[in-house]
Ligand binder design. Structure first.
Ligand code: SAM
Length: 314
């Protein structure tokens, strides 16, 4: 009580007779500078339609100390549209390591940094993952501001099951590697989703038919943009459509999961033998076809022989 009164009436707590120390309120107290770790915001931006951005995302972009973005000119357009003038720094695949280090130091000193990519959610086939790791090490808060993401939009408009989804990012550019990747995921009990470039869509669909069988699929194009559209059908129908019609814009491929029947009646030996036969049709002799197919499926030679043998005996 006495102490409280002393504070309220600004009386010294100790009289000079009691202690030689000076009254505490007359001595300026110098606190050591505390450095609170800052916050890293992973901010989703539109994948086409500029209106697809949340109010919270705009608040964060407006109030952050820095926005780290893939392409400053591209992000400047978005910020100009929303009259935001926060400082931009580049953060892209070619400076990701060095920049993540630099930004982590700023976070440790208390900065608030927003990360955006050219479109959609940073870290989803875009830079983001490294700075998150460095921010966690620096003791910073990491907060996502959710929003557009192309594979989610494609999934929910595809008409295919969304109870379980496997998102495989971009398929490899070369057919052999692509077929190997597809073989790895063929039996996953989930709808399969991949990003694909327009100039590879026809070849990828062809590889999908060869490795996955003729499943239902959807090719979602230019989502949220003027020429948005989703083409649905069997993989073979989509493949022949894009063989004769030029694919333009950005694409997401959504593919039906393997049916139980497919998993049990179209086991690996059949798929492998079908690929060997296809390569023979393309002009390779049997040995070379088998070697090439084994490489594509990631099989040792002995395993490849075993599969062909198993297929013959069925
Ligand atoms: N971070 C993005 C996201 O959250 O979806 C993905 C960026 S990745 C570099 C770009 C790829 O995403 C494109 O090649 C395309 O496959 C897909 N994509 C992005 N925007 C799209 C859109 N509006 N329509 C269809 N696909 C899109």
């Amino acid at each position: 009580m006495e102490e409280l009164e002393a504070v309220l009436t600004r009386q010294p707590l100790f009289s000079c007779r009691q202690r030689s120390a000076k009254p505490f309120f007359r001595t300026p107290i110098v606190y050591p500078k505390m450095r609170m770790p800052g916050t890293l915001y992973i901010v989703a931006t539109p994948i086409g339609n500029l209106a697809d951005i949340t109010i919270r995302a705009l608040d964060v972009l407006r109030s952050a100390d820095i926005i780290a973005c893939e392409d400053t000119r591209h992000t400047r357009k978005l910020l100009t549209h929303y009259e935001i003038s926060t400082k931009l720094v580049s953060y892209h695949e070619h400076n990701e390591d060095a920049r993540a280090e630099e930004l982590a130091k700023k976070l440790a000193a208390g900065a608030s940094i927003a990360v955006v990519s050219d479109a959609g959610t940073p870290g989803i086939c875009d830079p983001g993952f490294k700075i998150v790791g460095r921010a966690i090490e620096a003791g910073a808060n990491v907060i996502a501001i959710p929003g557009a993401c192309a594979f989610v939009v494609a999934a929910v408009t595809s008409g295919l099951a969304t109870d379980a989804i496997y998102f495989g990012g971009f398929l490899p550019a070369k057919s052999g590697e692509r077929r190997r990747r597809l073989a790895e995921v063929a039996d996953i009990p989930a709808t399969l989703i991949f990003y694909e470039a327009p100039h590879r869509i026809a070849a990828s669909l062809k590889d999908c038919v060869a490795v996955l069988g003729d499943r239902s699929a959807a090719a979602a194009r230019e989502l949220t943009k003027l020429h948005e559209g989703t083409r649905r059908g069997r993989l073979s129908e989509l493949a022949s459509y894009y063989e004769t019609n030029a694919a333009k814009g950005e694409f997401v491929l959504v593919i039906e999961r393997a049916s139980e029947e497919q998993v049990s009646t179209t086991p690996e030996p059949d798929r492998f033998a079908a690929r060997v036969a296809e390569l023979e049709n393309e002009g390779l002799d049997r040995r070379a076809a088998m070697r090439k197919a084994a490489k594509e499926f990631g099989l040792a030679r002995a395993e490849a022989y075993r599969l062909l043998q198993a297929q013959k005996e069925r």
